[in-house]
Ligand binder design. Structure first.
Ligand code: TRP
Length: 453
């Protein structure tokens, strides 16, 4: 029996694929992590760096991942075994599965907070509440030992449930409804936030780059954020590409996905940052930022409780469609390579991830003082994967596509059935020369900086 003989699910078509891949990309990365990173990295300079990196690095890497996935029709580890049997390149896949495990462990903790907020809005906890009281409510919730664990567990259970039922149809259907609804709601909220008194200062802070602030830390932060937000560097896009049919336009899809993701992140920042300034919060506070800013915005709106419920429902579903893609990478590997059945693989992997999330969950309360490299567990898991493992995965992938497999073969795979890729030679130069140098430079100098006091 050949490995390729296995029947594989496919997306229902181009639009279905784009929605599903955008569903993986759009999530907490856009609405929670992007505004948080903007806040911690000084506003406009970070936003501009982020934009440049999306086009120069994000889209080319996404094309590379999709192409390897579609060519091999395999999971992230199997793909390299098919293209270069017996070589060390499978390490890309191993890193990817490990990254998926770790990222989902803390991702699910944050998503749990979002689910908890749905119930808090329903129960009226945030009804006409002052900004200061929202912060206290958040602290009370996250510093309790068991309550956040419960929400984390609930979110993981939902993720396991969807992955257990199989990929294509479920993910597509969710994403097609969710994404447009989310965009409409974000536009309404941005309208409210930027007209708050004192919001203008936040808008300037967000959109006016202060080049004096531009340094290696900002570049590394923006690079990591691009990988995280576009679901790159660990094989999620590779796995989604493996369900893609031969006649789809990969570069065109990559551009759509990246622009959708960017638009949603910018909208989220346009809500959070002006509101932070209007309410006099500190933009640098980190992970809690959106959870204390948003309820305050809602309390300044007519029907705020209703918008609050709607928002956190949509955010939780957006997080779910992303979490699915993280778990799917791990599960696809168990199924394809170890021969496990889908239900066993989903449940056992999900359970392991739940357990690994416990330290992150406790890091806002009981274990807040346990720090490694000056970071809590949540911060450590996040920084380690987002800023280092994902860009490293991206670096290895472009080296693989550029030098081992070859951009000529990759371009041949892209240009089937009359798909035009006018910028193909530009892409090839980026993948072979520019990206390896840029990624290696940023990674190596950041590691050196981290270890020199
Ligand atoms: N991109 C998702 C978000 O922004 C998170 C995510 C899903 C992810 N799959 C990934 C991040 C793979 C890194 C790698 O919320």
């Amino acid at each position: 029996m050949t490995v390729m003989a296995k029947e594989r699910e496919q997306w229902t078509g181009r639009v279905g694929f784009i929605f599903a891949a955008a569903g993986s990309a759009v999530g907490l990365g856009n609405i929670w992590r992007f505004p948080t990173a903007v806040g911690q990295n000084g506003g406009g300079a970070f936003v501009l760096t982020y934009l440049v990196i999306i086009f120069l690095i994000g889209i080319p890497v996404m094309i590379a991942e999709l192409v390897v996935g579609r060519r091999t029709q395999r999971n992230v580890i199997g793909a390299f075994k098919v293209l270069v049997p017996g070589s060390v390149w499978v390490v890309i896949g191993v890193l990817g599965v490990a990254a998926g495990f770790i990222i989902l462990s803390f991702y699910s903790v944050i998503a749990g907070w979002s689910v908890a907020y749905i119930f808090k809005f329903v129960a009226g906890h945030f009804y006409n509440i002052s900004p200061g009281l929202v912060a206290r409510e958040f602290e009370a919730m996250t510093s309790a030992p068991l309550q956040p664990l419960f929400w984390h567990g609930l979110f993981m259970a939902a993720t396991i449930g969807v992955v257990l039922l199989g990929v294509a149809r479920g993910i597509e259907r969710w994403s097609k409804v969710l994404m447009p609804a989310l965009v409409v709601l974000l536009v309404i909220l941005a309208g409210r936030a930027i007209t708050l008194e004192g919001a203008a200062e936040g808008i300037y802070w967000l959109l006016r780059p202060d080049f004096a602030r531009l340094d290696l830390a900002i570049i590394l932060g923006a690079l990591g954020q691009v990988f995280f937000s576009l679901s790159l560097g660990m094989g999620a896009m590779l796995t989604y590409g493996s369900y893609l049919s031969r006649k789809e336009d990969i570069p065109g899809s990559a551009v759509y996905i990246a622009l959708t993701d960017l638009a949603i992140a910018m909208l989220a920042a346009l809500i959070i940052i002006p509101a932070v300034f209007a309410f006099g919060f500190d933009p640098q506070i980190g992970p809690p930022l959106i959870f204390i800013t948003l309820p305050a915005v809602f309390s300044f709106m007519p029907l705020g409780w209703f918008f609050g419920i709607l928002f956190f429902v949509l955010l939780s579903i957006a997080a779910l469609t992303s979490a699915i893609s993280l778990l799917e990478v791990v599960v696809a590997w168990f199924i394809d390579e170890l021969g496990w059945r889908r239900p066993t693989a989903s449940i056992l992997a999900g359970l392991g991830i739940f357990l690994l999330g416990i330290p992150s969950s406790l890091s806002m309360g009981l274990w807040a003082d346990v720090q490694v490299f000056g970071l809590t567990f949540l911060g450590l898991f996040d920084t380690m994967t987002t800023n280092f493992i994902l860009p490293l995965g991206g670096l290895l992938l472009v080296l693989f596509v550029g030098w081992r497999w070859g951009t000529a073969k990759a371009l041949g795979e892209i240009r089937q059935e009359g798909v035009a890729f006018t910028l193909g030679s530009v892409w090839a130069v980026l993948v072979r020369f520019v990206l390896p140098l840029a990624l290696a430079y940023i990674l190596v100098s950041s590691v050196i900086a981290a270890f020199t006091p």
